[in-house]
Design a protein around this ligand. Structure first.
Ligand code: GLY
Length: 388
């Protein structure tokens, strides 16, 4: 991945700096001295105000790729998917059909432990899936939550959209609906994910009656998800997000992915956006909707994604922040506008996103609010959760 210039002033948050897809045109006319003066002054402000001040001071152009349609944008696990979706768009397929065909690759891949078949289970060892989608041209949406035994919740969400007057079905009734629609029931817990769950359970409580594993194994955990957004040559848009949710979650927990307006959102006149990572942070700011609204106000996709992350940070409860106001979680926002410009941002440095346009399928770096080295040490203090 491309290295970023280190322009960070002492103790100030990191600056999102240009990604490879910097647009044509002159950079903002701001001297290095003026920039550093602004950054130093900003360092004395509260964190969110610092971020705002630094974002305004950033000596780079507003960000986002040169427009190109068709274009498909996804979380980094969607690299194969954006290629498939793009090919379908080129041959004239519908934008939502294309995006769903893209995420189906991960849903049906037993090696991907964050989505569909092979997803890590809840605390009881049951794989529960969430998904939602929006179809720009018809302004329709569909969603399912806590769906069990069906590998492609994205397609069930679309079936809710296509065949009912509702937007969301949940739990065993979502499964009954899926079976009635002809979806195939199958076990989703792979041996690999079952073993990970057993290890997690054995390590959970030192005073329970499960024996710890002798070997020093890493307990795999994920809030992984796949979000995909597509625009075709005519400028029609769609979006979809699908996930097995937070690994080892409390049974019944529903994240942001099936919440229309949080996990994904699409407005055919503006653009589409979605998120991966800690869903609890995204739900509180309706991140998909908010990002599209920022684009409606004129922000480039990458700037819109950064603004949404700032709002998430401002809405984060104290127990999830360290003494310097840095969050103990990561989360990503992906955005695509009607013109085919795209961008993405992550709370912490190091994330990438997948994109496919006339330039081919590739990973691009996400902008970010904090350097990876700033990630707070130590576990999330869950025991202090109540009342904070
Ligand atoms: N973003 C996925 C989840 O939190 O479930």
């Amino acid at each position: 991945m491309e290295r970023r210039p280190r322009v960070k002033p002492v103790d100030a948050p990191c600056l999102p700096v240009p990604v490879r897809s910097r647009p044509p045109g002159p950079a903002m006319p701001l001297s290095r001295r003026a920039f550093l003066a602004t950054a130093t002054a900003a360092a004395s402000l509260p964190l969110t105000e610092r971020l705002h001040a630094l974002r305004l001071a950033r000596p780079v152009a507003a960000g986002g790729a040169a427009p190109s349609r068709p274009c498909v944008v996804a979380s980094d696990n969607g690299l194969r998917g954006v290629r498939r979706a793009y090919d379908l768009l080129v041959r004239g397929d519908d934008t939502l059909d294309a995006a769903i065909a893209g995420v189906n690759i991960q849903e049906l891949d037993p090696e991907d432990q964050s989505v569909g078949l092979g997803g890590l289970p809840n605390a009881e060892g049951v794989v529960q899936l969430d998904a939602s989608c929006m179809h720009g041209p018809t302004r329709r949406a569909g969603a399912v939550a806590c769906l069990e035994d069906i590998a492609t919740p994205s397609l069930v969400a679309k079936a809710v959209m296509d065949y009912t007057d509702h937007v969301m079905l949940v739990g065993r009734d979502a499964k009954r609906f899926a079976l009635q629609m002809g979806f195939r029931e199958q076990p989703l817990l792979t041996e690999k994910s079952r073993q990970d769950w057993l290890r997690w359970r054995a390590r959970l409580n030192p005073s329970d009656f499960w024996l710890d594993h002798d070997e020093d194994v890493e307990i795999r955990s994920t809030t992984g998800t796949i979000n995909m957004n597509a625009v075709n040559a005519a400028g029609d848009l769609s979006s979809v997000t699908t996930t097995s949710g937070m690994a080892y979650k409390i049974p019944g927990r529903v994240g942001d992915s099936p919440i229309v307006g949080a996990g994904q959102y699409c407005d055919n006149t503006v653009g589409a956006a979605g998120s991966t990572g800690r869903g609890e942070a995204n739900i509180k700011v309706c991140g998909g909707f908010l990002t599209v609204e920022f684009m409606r106000q004129g922000l480039a996709p990458r700037q819109a994604a950064l603004r949404t992350l700032e709002r998430m940070l401002a809405m984060t409860e104290a127990r999830l922040l360290d003494a310097k106001g840095r969050p103990r979680f990561d989360i990503q926002v992906y955005a695509l506008n009607k013109a085919g410009e795209h961008g993405a941002a992550s709370m912490y440095e190091g994330s990438q996103y997948a994109v496919c346009d006339a330039g081919g399928a590739r990973l691009e770096p996400c902008a970010f609010l904090f350097r990876r080295s700033e990630y707070p040490a130590g576990p999330v203090p869950v025991q202090r959760a109540r009342g904070r």
